[in-house]
Design a protein around this ligand. Structure first.
Ligand code: PLP
Length: 499
């Protein structure tokens, strides 16, 4: 494999001496800056950054971005991720200098506006979820889960119940649930799903004893199903002294309709970067606020905003707190976005979000149910899972269907998850898509189902229209190429090896 002229054209644009900026000459009254730094610390050779004009840089990045799929350019039905359209007004607010120029350590009296936003955001999350207090610190859903596990242990320890080391997790759960519990040293026990895809009550009962610390549950679960027995489940776990943890990463189907707090959950995390419209993917930043019922408030990380009279102050955590889980107050920009989103929609608007998300998912499911096998029976919530196993296609896997969808101009659904469904495609249309978009996607899915039987090679070798086709997923994770220089070096090594 040689370095093609194309790669050189697209990546090697540096020309010695080319500049995109003109820096003002340094104005120092005393010593020159190079004298002020000891010679041992001064760089002796050029760092070798590429040298480019402004137009080279702009074209390079704009062209790269156009090779990408995003919510702003494509329908993105990635199940369990809630890739909904993010209103641009959120970005405008989050970039406002009145927020970005604040320092987390500045005097309370000079940050009252931001503290009001955090207070009101917390108030909104409490109302939506039915919990009593939230810490806004956690930086993501999985971080919220870890925080939740710390709360669970602190709560049981405060009651002298240190033998509670078991965390129950349904087999359909999101992978972060067992991972977070295990990371914090809990013993993870899997609970089976029944034939209809919900928690198997008999299996749950078998595992309930005085070693159970908590049950972690997503409702609706990753199959897009609401746990109809939720009140019985939470009652059973409570009767055995365990706590109930709600994975609220995907609150999109519940807004204004049902509240985890009313279902009997003690702890919840919410992904602001899914339900509350912060752009995500590509690694963040996100926010995974954790809410608790009254009996767990003393264990929350601090400080928390308190309102007294007409003003706000930071209240330090009490002696039972698990301590900070993040520097300062968390990812504030994400919170500003969520706050604007809540205020713009209001109570009624939020409920409409969920109703439309559920309607869109059910519409698609009904249109696709004769072509694919729907993994569950009856209506779904905000997402649904198809299996392609029944297509009878030779050697075509769910991942191939996902790849082929790219040729049709759609981002792939989540594939091969949840693990309880063979050859799964997990589809979440979200509320922000039009009927026309949903119909185009349905057409593409049906066309691919036909191809999978008539011309399986075409599906197995897709995508055919994109510059990057089938990267090695394992190498991409284990040996990521993070700069253009790495990429060139990699190609030269490969070229040498081939020579
Ligand atoms: C996305 C997701 C998580 C993890 O959230 P991150 O912010 O990616 O850490 C956990 N549970 C469910 C159900 C999710 O969809």
């Amino acid at each position: 494999m040689l370095i093609s002229q194309d790669d050189r054209l697209s990546f090697e644009k540096s020309k010695s001496g080319r500049r995109a900026v003109t820096l003002p000459s340094a104005r120092f009254s005393g010593e020159s800056p190079t004298k002020a730094v000891s010679s041992g610390l001064l760089r002796q050779t050029s760092i070798g950054f590429p040298e480019l004009s402004e137009s080279d840089i702009v074209r390079h990045f704009i062209n790269l971005s156009r090779k990408n799929f995003s919510v702003d350019t494509h329908f993105y039905p990635l199940g369990s991720c809630t890739m909904k359209y993010n209103p641009k007004v959120n970005e405008w607010a989050a970039r406002n200098e009145k927020f970005t120029a604040l320092h987390p350590l500045q005097e309370e009296s000079t940050a009252q506006g931001m503290m009001e936003i955090l207070w009101e955001l917390e108030g909104g999350l409490k109302e939506i979820s039915g919990m009593d207090r939230f810490t806004l610190q956690p930086a993501a859903g999985a971080h919220g889960e870890l925080t939740g596990m710390m709360l669970v242990r602190a709560y049981h320890a405060s009651r002298g119940e240190t033998k509670r080391t078991k965390v129950l997790v349904p087999d359909s759960s999101h992978g972060t649930n067992p991972a977070s519990a295990a990371l914090f040293g809990f013993h993870v026990v899997e609970i089976k799903s029944d034939s209809r895809g919900r928690v198997d009550l008999e299996d749950l009962k078998q595992h309930l004893d005085d070693h159970v610390a908590c049950l972690m549950l997503t409702n609706p679960n990753t199959l897009g199903l609401f746990e109809k027995n939720i009140l019985e489940i939470t009652k059973l776990v409570h009767q055995h002294g365990g706590l109930l943890y709600y994975d609220g990463a995907n609150l999109n189907p519940l807004l204004g309709i049902a509240r985890p707090g009313d279902m009997g959950f003690d702890i919840i995390h919410i992904n602001l970067h899914k339900t509350f419209s912060t752009p995500h993917g590509g690694g963040g930043p996100g926010a995974g606020p954790v809410g608790v019922k009254k009996h767990l408030i003393p264990f929350l990380p601090g400080p928390l905003v308190e309102k007294a009279g007409g003003s706000y102050r930071w209240a330090d955590a009490g002696p039972q707190s698990i301590g900070r889980v993040k520097l300062f107050h968390g990812n504030i920009g994400v919170m500003v976005r969520a706050y604007v989103y809540l205020k713009m929609l209001g109570k009624e608007g939020l409920r409409k979000v969920s109703e439309a998300a559920i309607l869109n998912a059910n519409y698609m499911k009904e249109c696709l149910k004769d072509t694919f096998t729907v993994a569950t029976q009856g209506p779904c919530m905000h997402e649904f899972v198809l299996s392609i196993k029944s297509l009878g296609a030779q050697g075509v896997h769910a991942g191939d269907v996902g790849k082929r969808l790219l040729d049709f101009g759609f981002h792939a659904p989540t594939v091969h998850f949840p693990l309880v469904v063979p050859e799964a495609l997990m589809i979440e249309p979200t509320e922000t898509e039009s009927r026309e978009t949903l119909d185009l996607f349905i057409e593409a899915m049906k066309a691919i189902a036909d191809e999978a039987v008539s011309d399986p090679e075409k599906v197995k070798t897709a995508p055919h229209t994109l510059p990057v086709r089938r990267p090695n997923d394992v190498l991409a994770a284990r040996k990521p190429i993070l700069s253009y220089r790495d990429q060139l070096r990699e190609k030269m090594l490969l070229a040498e090896a081939a020579a």
